[in-house]
Ligand binder design. Structure first.
Ligand code: HEM
Length: 370
């Protein structure tokens, strides 16, 4: 039960229920040519398949370095691991002759007005997303991949994320709290709804994207710092008006059930839910904005302390959509200037394209592209 299938029309880790631990690592590719790039993708595919399936670590001649870091012991357990491979816009520069093959919306991440991006936390030729029950498993996976790809990649940035483990059972059903203390994910898309996922998340054949891209999805990652010290000194009523939801129950303002639907048509002046509340701007629930529905799959992060002595914690916001501009970009443009901005600062991340899945053994992720 704690094994996520690696093979499939789509990669695991996108509509998969979220386990408690995540690790995002951006890599730059050092491969000399397209042949070496294909070798890299083949190795990544093999390692992902082994790590998610689990199994005994081969025993080598003790005069050699051991075959595995050993941090999970002599037998690797799957521990619900998913490993998801996405490509960034820079992979399509002139190095590998792939310029004509890029997904049509893929580009370096846009800069939004509230962003204060740190170049050392942005972009990357590749993004690897590891999710598992425990942080040890995600770190083991990263060490395994690094060990098997010498000279082929260099590490660009990495960030680990967490969610409270006890309530994470089914994505879109059980909601957990972010580091501002609010339930996050309440109104997320139901990832078990295949028709909805086909419409909003998975790139379809004939959608104007290159044919190799069908079955993939645009992945947006935003590292968003939360000013938690300031937040913790903000009145509860103010906090609730900023999001448009009650803090204890997660219900829309004025309701008591978390999953009650806010009725904005009955509140045209924003008496109950302010017009600039996060949820109202993010999803005005009008027919015209239905195209901007996105699948969110974020994690909380806690790093160190900032140079000015504040806690460096926040949200690794992650979302998937079939159309980057109709999805994330449209939502973020509506959110620009929202009152929540006083308490958050996007500092990094990037736009990526999660490759289509590998339906059967024998091939490798990204084969259609190369
Ligand atoms: C909803 C928090 C950033 C898009 C919510 C909710 C919370 C929340 C508490 C209400 C519960 C829920 O439905 O999940 C945050 C925090 C953020 C952040 C703390 C930054 C640190 C973003 C960003 C986007 C976004 C960057 C996209 C550009 C959404 C959407 C909803 C939502 C689409 C659902 C609205 C609905 O359907 O009613 N967020 N969010 N959020 N957020 Fe965010």
């Amino acid at each position: 039960l704690d094994r996520q299938p690696f093979l499939g029309a789509h990669q695991a880790g996108i509509v998969t229920a979220q386990p408690a631990a995540a690790l995002f690592v951006a890599l730059d590719v050092l491969a000399e040519d397209r042949g070496e790039l294909a070798k890299l993708f083949r190795i990544l595919t093999e390692r992902f398949a082994f790590l998610t399936e689990g199994g005994p670590v081969p025993v080598l001649d003790p005069r050699l370095p051991p075959a595995d870091s050993g941090i999970l012991g002599p037998r690797v357990l799957p521990d619900n691991l998913t490993a998801t491979l996405a490509v960034g816009a820079s992979l399509f520069d002139d190095r590998y002759g792939l310029a004509g093959a890029a997904p049509r919306h893929l580009r370096p991440m846009d800069r939004f007005p509230n962003d204060s991006l740190d170049g050392k936390l942005c972009h990357g030729d590749l993004l690897l997303q590891f999710c598992a029950n425990t942080a040890e498993t995600t770190l083991h996976a990263l060490r395994d991949v690094i060990r098997h790809t010498p000279g082929l990649v260099s590490l660009r940035w990495k960030l680990e994320g967490m969610l409270p483990p006890h309530v994470v059972k089914r994505q879109g059903q059980d909601t957990v709290r972010n580091f501002l203390g609010f339930k996050d994910g309440t109104a997320n898309l139901d990832a078990r709804d295949d028709a909805l996922m086909r419409r909003q998340v998975w790139v379809q054949p004939g959608s104007g994207e290159p044919s190799w891209a069908a079955g993939g999805s645009y992945q947006v990652v935003r590292i968003i710092r939360n000013f938690v010290e300031r937040w913790d000194r903000t009145p509860l009523r103010e906090q609730e008006r900023i999001f448009g939801r009650h803090k204890d129950s997660g219900a829309p303002l004025g309701a008591s059930d978390e999953h009650a639907l806010p009725d904005y048509a009955a509140d045209p002046a924003g008496t109950r839910t302010p017009m600039d509340a996060h949820i109202r701007l993010a999803n005005p629930r009008t027919p015209e904005t239905a195209s901007s529905l996105i699948l969110r799959r974020g994690y909380n992060y806690s790093a160190g302390i900032t140079p000015s002595g504040q806690l460096d914690m926040g949200l690794i916001f992650v979302c998937y959509q079939a159309d980057l501009d109709a999805g994330f970009v449209a939502v973020q443009n509506r959110l620009n200037g929202e009152p929540l901005e006083e308490y958050i600062k996007p500092v990094g991340g990037g736009y990526f394209y999660a490759l289509p899945g590998l339906p059967e053994t024998g091939g490798f992720l990204g084969q259609g592209l190369l």
